[in-house]
Design a protein around this ligand. Sequence first.
Ligand code: GLY
Length: 587
Amino acid sequence: MPRPLHLHHAFAFLLVASACQRAPTPSSSLGATGIPPRRAPAFPAGWRLPAGEAAAFGEHFMIASNERRASDAGNEIIRAGGNAVDAAVAVGFALAVTYPVAGNVGGGGFMVIRMADGRAAAIDYREMAPLASSRDMYLDAQGNPTNESIVGYRASGVPGAVAGMAEALSKYGTMPLARVMEPAIRLARDGFTVDSSLSRSLTASRDYLTRFDAKDVFYTEGQALALGTTFKQPALARTLQLIADQGPKAFYGGEVGDSLVAAMQRGGGIITRQDLLNYKAEWRTPIRSTYRGYSLFTMPPASSGGITITETLNMLETWDTLPAFGSAAYAHVLASAYQRAFIDRNSKLADPKFVAVPIDQLTSKAYARALARTIDLTKKTPTPPNGSQIADGMHTTHYSVVDDKGNAVATTTTLNNGYGSAVYLKNVGFFMNDEMDDFATAPGKPNMFGLVQFEANAIAPGKRMLSAMSPSIVLDQKGELLLVVGAAGGPRIITATSQVILNVIDHRMNLSDAMRAPRLHHQALPDTLFYETGGLTQSAQDSLRVIGHGLRFIGASANVNAVMRVRGGWEGVSEPRSGGTGGTSAR
Ligand code: GLY
């Protein structure tokens, strides 16, 4: 229960807020390594992830993903002479085997690449709306959204993962597709030991998954695969082998694709052979911006992640010094910046092939300065009220890779919901996405993440649904690679990824603390400041309520995996909130 509000909270808040100067051109002192000295943070007394834990360390390279065996696949490839892109593709295919909740070949994603020689690239392999899709296909007779955009055969966009990973490899990798897929094929064919994370996840998803064919593969007599079982996936092994042997055409028009289309026809889905033939991964120009002299490379549309993070950071940069971590003033400034950036996100961003996205304006410093001036330090600005709730979904997955030459890859990939649409194609051994729900299926009404989006992101055949995925790479003030980061968690991807960056740059935390620090979330609608349970002191909560914030706690904000340069090598941290199921792999 919140304590009664007292005036002194408001005064305390105002004092802290007014102590923050608002001027650009801040400065920062660098150590001999180019890395600013780190500071120990103070987390609220009730916060469950104490500061001061060690991160994994690698002198030569580091991979951080949600699943250790998938990270090890990348490790194997780098040790065999591959670069970070080779390793990232190996991790991506391995996640499809060992982390079926989000790893995929039936979904899509985004990859940001920054090579040690300075080249930077971004590849968009987001799913596309099938040709037979239409704007109102998920509305009932009363105009209300049905759950067909979330579960079942009609929920899937045309998958992009295989095309995207193969395309990234062909341009920036050094190894053949068949070589980087070897670890994944081995894991699918020979099996791997079911750990508590997979067993628990399948148990929790039993009702969702047993309505389709996954019940025959992931459950025995209705029970999830037991801890310690060796889990072999012969159908998936065969699919992966076909892709390794024939390239992406095995998926887009070949045997795998034909099987997918036949399953769609049987189940009432709308993806056709023509949809698969039409699919192409798109090279994009990364969003490149600066923040306090650091450089940021991140993902442009069809993801909203890069623009929304850049817009937020540009607003925050107008403060010479941000308020102290954990203070009400910091929460207010952060939430207000997110709120403004998400208003733009939800109304202006979409697939650039269909909508003219004002990227230059939204990412300009001048625009951010104008927006930042609308932040009142003594009062929250309301966004139009909306009763929607924010759902707890976080079933995307991000992995960060740095190789021994300093090449870096940030990749985020997803089926959307955990295990996607629940449709498991048992002949080819993989889950299909339910990415169609990332469109504004009913413009102006909330989707499964409580996101309220508008016409720009309405469904159209061949269009890519707007994403929040935010694979990001940060260089320090000397231009050296510093941080590779990204997250799972729907719209919370944007807020969690940017807060790890802020924790490193502004609050000078080391990577472990930056990841463990409590996070905040605001997405404009619902007009609520979300904080992680135990992550905001009572007095900060009270102060925030005094100036008008509606507050709600959430269990965990998002799932981040990050790599950061430190003296003598690289640190890697897999999301501490995922209960130790994450995985780093290094040398
Ligand atoms: N499916 C979550 C996202 O792309 O933002």
